[in-house]
Design a binder for this molecule. Structure first.
Ligand code: ARG
Length: 413
């Protein structure tokens, strides 16, 4: 009897120690689009135990701040930095890129992003980064990673900067449906949570065009089918009008960039339930800072052709009712600046609440991690951030995050 009592007290103690009450001056109800005022969020063992009217003593006082759910970026490259663009990147080893990733994981978490999808990294540096974060060795967002991006020989996801005598081919290159299927199996074998594929040319790659398709529908279908069979989603880099349609028809889950999408493509995305991920902030950084950071002159020229069109098409897709997730392509611009994209989304027609929904509930649906719902509610994982000011009036408020909690652990106070 005494033994049982003792045990009970011990457990009660452990439970108490693991409970934290966070008092928010305001808490954004992302679904309803309204604030609740003076709210206590009680966190127990990394999960939200309750959300209730403030009462009694709180452990963390955020009375002067506005709380929101942790933000989600579904298109990031934590292991790369903009200053290593173009030829400069060829001198960066995989282990070095993993260390860069550790730096950027912290910056991104401290910017309020508690879940991040990393879509394309050399040498599985992203897998190592995810695992080191999960092991509690370094701070960072919860990561979903793709490993090397799949692509055609000479395409956006291959390395085309080297002369032929180097005989270099990027690890994700696979031509033809069966080779592509085998590549899906291979990246899953080495730790990929999702598959990244290059369906069209791109801006940063040498010798291709964003508007031209790369993988065929047949190849894209093989990739989507194989990935889905293995329980993985597929994110397709697709700027071009045709490549976007090919990827949607192939059953791919999200279209990244989507720059040249037309009305038919928007309708198809809606019909298939395909998420669109427009990285609309990038254009500002590329045009202002790209050359200084080693981006190729041809990349700047390509950006000049598609940057504004992408923003216009983002507006059309939003007005057309497509499902827009939040992805920024961090690494093209400096990490930690992810939230700068909110203001651009608002400038191009989104209401601030819709931009916040993109980075919370919508992106949560795309990444599909248990307990990560993009809302602050009982039973969800305790990802909570806080900002000064009113993000529903001024999305720029999201650019300076004062408090970050991920899975109940405070990483910025
Ligand atoms: N990684 C992309 C590419 O090289 C970046 C595109 C950035 N430009 C833009 N307007 N979103 O194609």
């Amino acid at each position: 009897m005494i033994k049982t009592l003792l045990l009970l007290t011990m457990f009660a103690h452990a439970a108490l120690a693991a409970t934290t009450v966070v008092r928010c001056g305001r808490l954004l109800d992302v679904t309803a689009g309204v604030y609740k005022t003076n709210v206590d969020v009680t966190v127990k063992d990394g999960t939200i135990a309750s959300v209730a009217a403030a009462a009694g003593k709180a452990d963390i006082d955020l009375k002067a701040l506005t709380c929101l759910p942790g933000l989600i970026d579904v298109h990031d490259h934590l292991t790369g930095d903009p200053q290593n663009s173009g030829y400069k990147g060829l001198g960066i080893s995989v282990p070095r890129s993993a260390l860069t990733g550790a730096k950027n994981a912290r910056l991104t978490l401290e910017a309020g992003f508690t879940s991040v999808r990393d879509v394309g990294a050399d040498g599985y540096a992203d897998v190592a980064l995810r695992d080191a974060i999960e092991a509690g060795e370094i701070p960072g967002p919860r990561l979903m990673v793709s490993g090397p991006a799949l692509g055609i020989t000479g395409g956006h996801c291959d390395e085309t900067l080297l002369a032929p005598e180097f005989k270099f081919k990027s690890a994700g290159v696979a031509d033809g449906p069966w080779a592509a299927r085998a590549k899906v199996r291979e990246v899953v074998k080495y730790g990929a949570d999702l598959i990244k594929v290059c369906a069209s040319g791109g801006v940063m790659s040498k010798g291709d065009q964003p508007g031209t398709p790369q993988y065929t529908v047949e190849e894209l279908r093989a990739i989507a089918e194989e990935a889905h069979k293995l329980g993985r989603k597929v994110a397709a880099h697709a700027h071009g009008t045709q490549s976007i349609k090919d990827a949607i028809n192939a059953g791919i889950d999200s279209i990244e960039h989507a720059s040249l999408i037309d009305a038919e493509g928007i309708a198809m995305a809606k019909q298939h339930g395909t998420f669109l991920v427009f990285d609309v902030y990038n254009d500002d950084f590329i045009l202002a800072e790209g050359l200084k950071n080693g981006m190729l002159p041809e990349s700047i020229e390509k950006e000049k052709k598609i940057g504004k069109l992408q923003r216009e098409n983002f507006r059309k897709a939003y007005l057309g009712g497509a499902r827009l997730a939040f992805g920024t392509d961090g690494g093209v611009y400096p990490h930690g600046g992810n939230a700068k994209q909110f203001a651009v989304m608002v400038e191009w027609g989104m209401k601030p609440i819709e931009a916040i929904r993109a980075a919370t509930v919508v992106s949560a649906e795309l990444i599909g991690i248990a307990g990560v719902k993009g809302i602050v509610a009982e039973g969800t994982r305790a990802d909570l951030i806080a900002v000064e000011g009113d993000p529903l009036k001024d999305a720029r408020a999201l650019e300076s995050v004062k408090f970050v909690m991920r899975d109940g652990f405070v990483s910025k106070k």
